[in-house]
Design a protein around this ligand. Structure first.
Ligand code: BES
Ligand code: ZN
Ligand code: ZN
Length: 504
């Protein structure tokens, strides 16, 4: 477990294995930080040799130098002072942390007061951003590695600040950041775990464990209850499988009627082979990530409980794998959904919208939420449109979407709105059922996926859909917060949104 702390210490007296010193650029060279006269000759040499200019995100690691009390120093460029935003600070610190993570240093400190923060955000928010940026890139998925690999790497991260006031303010941001980081790492672990260790009952069990730990009410529907309740679309996806499905309901502030209700619904396909509409073998292994939506819901629920948000938050995880077999649903089959609408399944690989159709209808009917948000690794089209850098967002709750877009500048998680144009809806009409699960053409695949889900939600329920197909799991380590694999995309963003709910 990574230890994260905040301490009062001047730049010169920080004593750690490695000290990160953030530096602004002035002219084409690093600016001497406040109380940093002792660094003058080193920085002059670096400038003279043109090795380090304090460009935005530029890092320079110097080992065994005599500067202050730390054995090693990592300079990180913040770029020009006038350009600094909270997000740019995040990115610079991510570069620093990722560098030291790769270098496998045992511990490091970062002197935060050197940033000399003059932005609109409070020092507590600055600290939260700094802690998240320093800790999130250090994540490693080690569950299946031998002990020595599990224990190598950074064990302690310290934020060093000049004054006792900064320690006090910083502690607020630090404790919130810790809650966020723990839940993000839970989500990453769940999503990175392969299918043979993360089947539907395993994911439901993980949800029950979290619920027990943080005090959430939890209900789990097994196959029997799903049949009884009429989850026809979810069961159609599970039909080819030897592993039973699960539907998990998590509730924070259950029964508190005076609070606003927000429902969070997640796609939990523990493995998506495509079913009878089988996927090509190439990169099929990444489809263990197809339960990321459900994991996201669990992560946010954990945060809601730990921070005891004054909101009634209800999480739903629709869980099954999608497998071909002699029993499996085949293209052309018609099934009856929870809402009663019939669906002609023309492609068994468009299974996410089927499990979500039942899940959102159930959430909407029983909880009548002020806002319903769903998360799904729904479409390859979203990956084509946005790559792995951010999530697609769409829905009817425009105010909430606008707010989420603003907040994404605070949390550093990219989202991009896609349209729900009427032209697309036509294509979801079936000749012989109420709806079909794919359009006639390949265009606007993400919007059509979203609009299919919309058909199972009351028009009057404000709704936001996140397509995290690209952002939940990255295949190249280019993403800013995370190594290859699961990212926990949208967990911090939506948690922050819930924390600031009255403004939403
Ligand atoms: N799980 C996939 C979407 C996906 C693709 C997630 C790539 C992550 C990375 C989803 O179930 C799927 O297969 N969607 C189909 C829908 C199509 C048949 C309408 C797709 O996008 O090809
Ligand atoms: Zn699929
Ligand atoms: Zn899928």
């Amino acid at each position: 477990m990574l230890k994260i702390q905040i301490q009062k210490s001047t730049l010169k007296s920080v004593k750690d294995h490695t000290l990160i010193i953030p530096l602004y650029q002035q002219g084409a060279k690093p600016e001497l930080p406040k109380n940093g006269a002792f660094l003058r000759s080193i920085l002059d040499k670096l400038t003279k040799d043109k090795v380090f200019k304090a460009d935005f995100k530029e890092v320079n690691y110097l080992r065994f130098i005599k500067a202050g009390q730390s054995q090693n120093v990592l300079f990180v460029g913040l770029g020009k002072k006038k350009d600094l935003t909270l997000n740019r600070l995040r990115e610079a610190l991510i570069s620093a942390s990722a560098y030291l993570g790769k270098a496998k240093v045992p511990s490091f400190s970062c002197h935060l007061s050197s940033v000399n923060w003059a932005g609109k955000r409070s020092f507590s928010e600055l600290t939260q951003a700094a802690v998240e940026s320093l800790a999130l890139p250090l994540y490693k998925f080690t569950k299946f590695k031998k002990d020595e690999d599990q224990n190598s790497g950074v064990k302690t991260v310290t934020l060093a600040v000049d004054s006792p006031e900064e320690v006090l303010e910083g502690k607020k941001g630090l404790s919130k950041a810790k809650v966020f980081i723990d839940s993000c790492n839970l989500v990453r672990d769940l999503v990175n775990t392969p299918h043979n260790a993360m089947r539907a009952p395993d994911l439901a069990q993980a949800a029950q464990d979290v619920a027990k730990n943080v005090g959430l009410k939890v209900t789990v529907f097994t196959e029997k209850e799903l049949h009884k309740e009429g989850f026809g679309a979810l069961l159609a996806v599970n039909q080819g499988s030897d592993i039973p499905p699960r539907f998990v309901i998590l509730e924070h502030n259950a029964g508190k009627k005076d609070l606003d209700t927000v429902c969070l619904v997640g796609k939990g396909i523990t493995f998506d082979s495509g079913g009878i509409s089988l996927k090509p073998a190439d990169a099929m292994e990444t489809m263990k990530d197809d339960m990321a939506g459900a994991a996201t819901v669990l992560g946010i629920m954990e945060i809601a409980a730990k921070l005891n948000l004054p909101l009634h938050v209800v999480g739903f995880m629709a869980i099954t794998n999608n497998m071909p077999s002699g029993k499996a649903t085949v293209p052309g089959d018609i099934v009856k959904s929870y809402l009663g609408k019939t669906i002609e399944i023309l492609n068994t690989d468009a299974e996410g919208r089927l499990v979500l159709a039942d899940a959102v209808a159930y959430a909407d009917k029983h909880y009548k939420p002020h806002l319903l948000i769903d998360f799904a690794t729904l479409t390859g089209a979203c990956v084509i449109a946005l790559g792995e850098a951010g999530a697609g967002v769409m829905g009817t709750a425009q105010k909430a979407i606008d707010r989420l877009r603003e907040l994404s500048c605070l949390t550093g998680e990219k989202i991009w709105q896609l349209p729900l144009w009427e032209e697309y809806r036509e294509e979801l009409k079936s000749d012989i059922a109420d709806l079909k699960n794919i359009g006639n053409t390949r265009g606007a695949g993400s919007s059509k996926g979203g609009m299919f889900i919309q058909a199972f939600i009351n028009d009057k329920t404000p709704w936001v859909h996140f397509d995290i197909a690209g952002s939940a799991f990255i295949t190249k380590p280019t993403h800013r917060y995370t190594p290859k694999g699961a990212t926990a995309a949208c967990v911090r963003l939506v948690s922050e949104f819930l924390i600031q709910w009255p403004k939403a």
